[in-house]
Structure formats: C-alpha cells, structure tokens
Design a protein around this ligand. Structure first.
Ligand code: AMP
Length: 119
C-alpha cells in the first residue's frame, strides 16, 4: 500500500470517508478532528491525517507538512474549545505505549489538570 492510500479495514480511514459517524469539530484538506468516543478529559479530540499512515513517525517520514498541519489543527481546536493555551498533545506509538488504532492520531486533551509523568 502506498503511504497516501486508504485502508478499507482501518477505523479512522472509515471515519475520514464518512462511513462511520463521528462528531467532527474541525477539518482541513489534509486533516480531520473529531471527539474521542471515550473521553479522558472534558476536551478529548483526535486529530488525524486523511492519508493512512500507521503512526506519527511514519507521517513525519512521508509528509512533514501534514504532521505540522495535524498539530496546527489541534491548536485551532484547543482555541475553539476555550482551553486558553493549556492542553496536552499525545501520539501513542506502538501497542506497548497504548496505541490501539494504527492510523496516526494526535490526542488533544484539556479542560482539567494534567499530571506529569502520564501513566
Ligand atoms: P490510541 O489508544 O492512542 O490508539 O487511541 C485510540 C483512540 O480512539 C482511543 O482513545 C479510543 O477511545 C478512540 N476511538 C476508538 N473508536 C472510536 C470512534 N469510533 N470514534 C472516536 N474515537 C474512537
């Protein structure tokens, strides 16, 4: 599969295609932001590239511009959500780090106090 392909078996590709419903909060030509179905904070939004890549490192490899666009869209959503510059961005990478969907996605979390280090 080429880096720009869509994987018909990928949950987030199917959300991007509109085949599975999601609460979309923002989008660009290359990225989509939608609410996490199991929120871990008052604001919990996932920002994904439209293209199917497995993780953030692969996205950086195939398109640094799109990686930046994902980050910028997260910042836009944080502003929309009124987070006032206080939010956490997380890319879980690999199953041992908690990645369960193998389509790159940036977690935007905010609206509560954030502990460090995360669990
Ligand atoms: P990760 O564990 O880092 O791969 O994150 C995957 C995230 O996708 C989890 O936080 C899930 O709650 C979320 N998720 C799974 N299915 C859906 C869905 N249909 N719509 C929105 N978020 C989802």
């Amino acid at each position: 599969m080429s880096a720009a392909a869509t994987d018909p078996d990928c949950l987030f590709c199917r959300i991007v295609a509109g085949e599975i419903p999601a609460e979309v909060v923002a989008e660009t030509d290359t990225s989509l932001a939608f609410r996490d179905v199991s929120p871990q904070a008052p604001t919990h939004v996932l920002v994904v590239p439209r293209r199917h890549v497995a993780d953030a490192g692969e996205l950086a490899d195939v398109s640094p511009t799109e990686l930046a666009e994902v980050t910028l869209l997260a910042r836009t959503v944080a502003q929309q959500e009124g987070l006032d510059g206080d939010y956490r961005l997380v890319f879980n990478t690999g199953p041992g780090a908690g990645q369960s969907v193998f389509h790159a996605h940036l977690h935007l979390l905010g609206g509560r106090a954030m502990k460090w280090p995360p669990g």
